[in-house]
Ligand binder design. Structure first.
Ligand code: FES
Length: 140
């Protein structure tokens, strides 16, 4: 059995921020191609800061622990800071995870990236599926 560092085990046994935000400003959903598991991260943005972050996953213990850590760390951060925190957490966690569990961690960072992108798209009126919102384009 793979050995995990204490802080990861603690987050796995007592995960924070599990669940979803009913009215999120951004949602990122990604799948792990190697195992078929899914991760969703929800963010609420207040002003320029992430006021709330939650996650739901069908993933393994490593996915749960790393999502718990990441959602804890980004709360109160600006979107730019959250991106930096995600990169720094990647460096810290990936060096301590067994190689086969690396995709489980990147689920959380990828989902966060998509959640931030969705928030930014909503702010600019650009929607993933249909391009720019026609109502937004009529404003000028
Ligand atoms: Fe699927 Fe880890 S084995 S997320």
């Amino acid at each position: 059995m793979a050995k995990y560092p204490k802080f990861l085990m603690e987050h796995f046994q007592n995960p924070r921020n599990v669940g979803e935000i009913s009215d999120p400003d951004g949602v990122g959903t990604v799948g792990n191609a190697s195992c078929g598991d899914i991760m969703q991260i929800f963010i609420k943005v207040n002003g320029d800061k992430i006021s709330e972050a939650k996650f739901k996953t069908f993933g393994c213990g490593a996915a749960i622990a790393t999502s718990s850590i990441l959602t804890e760390r980004i709360k109160g951060a600006t979107l730019e800071e959250a991106t930096k925190i995600s990169e720094e957490t990647s460096k810290e966690v990936l060096s301590q995870l067994p190689k086969e569990k690396v995709p489980c961690f990147t689920l959380a960072t990828d989902a966060l990236k998509l959640a931030i992108e969705e928030y930014r798209c909503k702010q600019t009126g650009f929607h993933e599926k249909g391009g720019f919102d026609s109502k937004e384009m009529e404003k000028d």
